[in-house]
Design a binder for this molecule. Sequence first.
Ligand SMILES: NC(=O)c1ccc[n+]([C@@H]2O[C@H](COP(=O)([O-])OP(=O)(O)OC[C@H]3O[C@@H](n4cnc5c(N)ncnc54)[C@H](OP(=O)(O)O)[C@@H]3O)[C@@H](O)[C@H]2O)c1
Length: 324
Amino acid sequence: MVTGAARKAVQKGRFMDLTSTVIVPLLFGSLGIFSLFRLLQWMRMRAYLRGAVVVVTGATSGLGKECAKAFHAAGSRLVLCGRDGEKLKDLAQELSAMTDHRKNIHKPHTVVFDLSDTKTILNAAEEILKHLGHVDILINNAGISYRGTIVDTSLDVDKKVMETNYFGPIALTKALLPSMIKRRQGHIVAISSIQGKISIPFRSAYAASKHATQAFFDCLRAEVEQYDIDVTVISPGYIQTNLSLNAVTADGSRYGVMDKNTAEGQTAAEVAQVVLYAVGQKKKEVLVAGLKPSLAVYLRNLFPRLFFNLMATRAKKERKTKDS
Ligand SMILES: NC(=O)c1ccc[n+]([C@@H]2O[C@H](COP(=O)([O-])OP(=O)(O)OC[C@H]3O[C@@H](n4cnc5c(N)ncnc54)[C@H](OP(=O)(O)O)[C@@H]3O)[C@@H](O)[C@H]2O)c1
């Protein structure tokens, strides 16, 4: 007769057998396959970025500067764009000095132009193609922010923000696109913002320019897929840069304040790594934000009335703080 204790021992033995013959090998096997998959992904990414001609706008500061460093370290051939030639040269020198010659033998090229001036953009695109022959990856990063009430803001300010954040980047994209289509190869990146998905009071011009950016590059992605051209839209929350300091106000003057949210945001170097991986893995879009802002995006889409009420409350609160 089999006792209860003997039955338990047999069951335990069977469980141990199952653990050692099925569960453990399955676990290690899955881990192995996952690690191999990640390694292959990493190798493919490295191969994609190494030697690629990468154009970065707004390379003189913040996220653009950190993207330049990240892509340079990945072995890309950089074209640094900005309005200040001296700052670009300094960055090119800094990158060359930190070059590991086994990884990157390419000296960065610099191109000076203002995104709010379409003519200089077309000349810059011509210069880039003349010097480098082609562009593999275009990172539309440069931008300005805005603070003000709609009622007090002059239309010139709205236009300035749209010129810099929307018309400039799309003009550069359109100027470089034909050569990408001809090669049936290329990757266009737009640094948008979470404000391309939700609109926050007193940021109208900025939010509008980023919504337009999101819409344009979503359309572009669909239109150029047939030419094997990739489009990645990155939407960060807050990043510790000079963006709020450099923001324009209702009368066009510089805001000059480091906002609390900006100061407490992610570092530009962290976000640059997200950009590097998103490009390397050819992601279509990436939201780089914490829980609260990410929830706000879902709220806007799923419960719009609640979102609108929250924004109205926020506007009243901000106005009260400003008036007091
Ligand atoms: N910081 C954030 O919290 C945050 C959040 C979401 C998205 N973003 C986006 O990230 C991108 C980079 O901004 P950032 O945070 O790094 O700010 P930033 O430090 O102020 O850098 C902005 C860059 O854009 C350039 N730029 C501005 N106006 C230009 C123009 N008319 N023509 C050419 N270049 C111009 C600036 O050049 P100068 O040096 O000549 O001024 C600078 O290099 C922007 O598109 C911004 O909207 C930022």
